[in-house]
Design a protein around this ligand. Structure first.
Ligand SMILES: Nc1ncnc2c1ncn2[C@@H]1O[C@H](COP(=O)(O)OP(=O)(O)OP(=O)(O)O)[C@@H](O)[C@H]1O
Ligand SMILES: [Mg+2]
Length: 214
């Protein structure tokens, strides 16, 4: 069973957007997907409640209540949507099951600075330091290369965190969310550019580079 966590202590950076889109993507590929929502805000489960009956099923788990208790054994992939402001012991406990941690970062100076601090905190956890979980950064709502973004790229190189995708700002994400869909379920003439942006992340997730070595 594969465990992918989407997390960043910074609020509103796209955690639930990426978690729901990943869940929808793997479900359309025929995988048995569980979407575990660790955020009492419940955005991922809200999205799931709007998912049309005729789309590939995704199992929803209110993980903010009991963690992964009740996870169906038939699950191939668990996508975990973390809450904002996870630090310290809460962070350690959230990471317990994560093999791959996707960190969405918005292209703004405030977000970049906060995310650098968060990545340092993540790197110091025993799970990440002990190579039991791999990190990957996803640029979100990326419009153009700013100076702050160049600085982030340098930081990632130093910290050896791969930059796995750059997603543009697009109404498609809002449109898909309100219909319980992923951008991969929107018609290609609307969403093909977004599909292209997801491709490097999907390839990385498919490769050994995104999995623990031990
Ligand atoms: N690439 C994008 N293009 C356009 N809108 C986006 C994009 N990514 C996220 N959004 C919008 O930004 C808002 C915040 O996104 P989202 O809820 O996924 O972030 P979050 O990190 O889960 O937030 P929270 O910390 O509150 O859990 C939402 O309204 C979402 O639709
Ligand atoms: Mg969220």
């Amino acid at each position: 069973m594969r465990h992918i966590m989407v997390m960043n202590a910074k609020g509103g950076c796209g955690k639930s957007t990426i978690a729901t889109n990943l869940a929808a993507y793997y479900a359309t590929e025929g995988a048995n997907v569980t979407l575990a929502d660790y955020d009492p805000q419940g955005s991922s489960l809200d999205w799931l409640s709007m998912r049309p009956e005729n789309r590939p099923k995704i199992h929803g788990l209110p993980a903010f209540e009991h963690g992964l208790r009740g996870l169906p054994r038939t699950t191939d992939i668990v996508i975990m949507d973390a809450p904002a402001r996870s630090h310290g012991t809460e962070l350690t406990s959230l990471l317990r099951h994560a093999e791959t941690v996707l960190i969405p970062v918005l292209a703004s100076t405030i977000d970049i600075h906060a995310s650098k601090r968060f990545i340092k905190e993540l790197r110091a956890t025993s799970r990440v330091a002990g190579h039991q979980a791999r990190l990957g950064l996803v640029g979100n709502r990326v419009k153009e290369n700013t100076l702050a973004w160049d600085d982030l790229r340098e930081f990632l190189e130093r910290e050896r965190v791969p930059y796995v995708a750059a997603l543009r700002e697009a109404q498609n994400y809002v449109r898909a969310y309100t219909r319980g869909l992923g951008v991969f379920e929107l018609p290609p003439y609307i969403a093909y550019r977004d599909w292209e942006h997801w491709e490097p992340m999907l390839q990385w997730l498919d490769s050994v580079r995104s999995r623990p070595t031990a």
